[in-house]
Ligand binder design. Structure first.
Ligand code: SF4
Length: 304
């Protein structure tokens, strides 16, 4: 079996920075309650590994960030890389919590564009995913923003309306173009700011460039939008078999064949060690005497 690691893969700068800040906060504040509102990045192994640093993650998909904040009575509250709405930030400060904001700079720059468009009284179309924390932060911060998940969501407004279009940073660049084309057709005057971040785009382009693989393993959490977009793009590019797994513990070895070319990539929130463990296992796989699948070592997962 030939194993083809795809580059780039794994942690982007925003995820790396958010995890570094969380770890540093825990190390510098022994004995202080540290709580993250939601998963710092969408990866359950990262959440578990941060738990070993004494950091508590409040995660309930049915609760808003403001509702989660209700459960924090003291100490330090960490906002995740996906961004946070103004009212949650203000409420945390009002309650005299110490705030650590790990919002990615790429998310902040998209929010700044929306802020400018709102101040200029433009109508904002935000292409994103309903319920995703990055989209929620935008929708909670700016009134009158239209969330566009699919072409059918484009509203019918007065055709002279000044429209500003932007998007969640981790969307499929191809899906975005599809929706933008439909918006321009309806509103040729729309101002467009394509905001798929460089990390997401480069990982998607690398998958599109795969020419010779029989199968692709995408390592990442199903909650991670950029992971799911990598798998989607691989399917759209006719890679015969696309397998999305969270770690080596989910690898189904019955799919492996001696004569296959197996590519491996990972979402931007997937720790390098999870992906490397799979690559190393596949590279040394003995079809006559297969090794037992190893376990994930949470204790060393986030070591530098
Ligand atoms: S995927 Fe992009 S927007 Fe999200 S944390 Fe990484 S660099 Fe930032």
């Amino acid at each position: 079996m030939e194993v083809i690691p795809i580059a780039p893969r794994g942690f982007c700068k925003g995820v790396f920075n958010a995890i570094r800040l969380a770890k540093q906060t825990a190390i510098e504040n022994p004995g202080v309650q540290i709580t993250i509102l939601g998963q710092i990045v969408h990866n359950r192994f990262v959440v578990e590994a941060l738990g070993k640093y004494g950091i508590k993650t409040l995660d309930n998909p049915k609760s808003s960030r403001l509702e989660l904040l209700d459960q924090v009575t003291d100490g330090i509250v960490i906002f995740t890389a996906h961004g946070i709405s103004r009212n949650v930030k203000e409420e945390a400060i009002r309650r005299q919590l110490i705030v650590m904001d790990t919002t990615c700079t790429d998310v902040l720059s998209t929010q700044a564009l929306i802020e400018s468009a709102s101040l200029a009284h433009q109508t904002v179309f935000y292409i994103g995913k309903s319920g995703h924390p990055e989209a929620n932060a935008v929708l909670e911060s700016y009134s009158g923003v239209y969330l566009i998940e699919k072409i059918q969501d484009i509203p019918s407004l007065d055709n002279r309306t000044e429209i500003f279009v932007t998007n969640q940073t981790t969307m499929s660049k191809n899906d975005i173009e599809h929706i933008i084309d439909a918006i321009i057709k309806q509103y040729p005057q729309a101002h467009i700011a394509r905001e798929v971040c460089a990390a997401t785009r480069l990982r998607q382009e690398a998958v599109e460039k795969i020419k010779i693989a029989d199968a692709l393993i995408v390592v990442g959490d199903p909650k991670s939008n950029n992971t799911m977009m990598l798998a989607k793009i691989a399917v759209e590019h006719n890679i015969k078999q696309v397998i999305q797994i969270e770690s080596i513990e989910q690898l189904d070895t019955s799919i492996l064949r001696k004569d296959m070319k197996m590519a491996v990539t990972a979402g931007a929130s997937t720790p390098h060690k999870l992906t490397q463990q799979i690559i190393d296992y596949l590279k040394t796989y003995d079809f006559d005497n297969p090794a037992v699948l190893p376990k994930v070592d949470i204790h060393t997962l986030l070591d530098d």
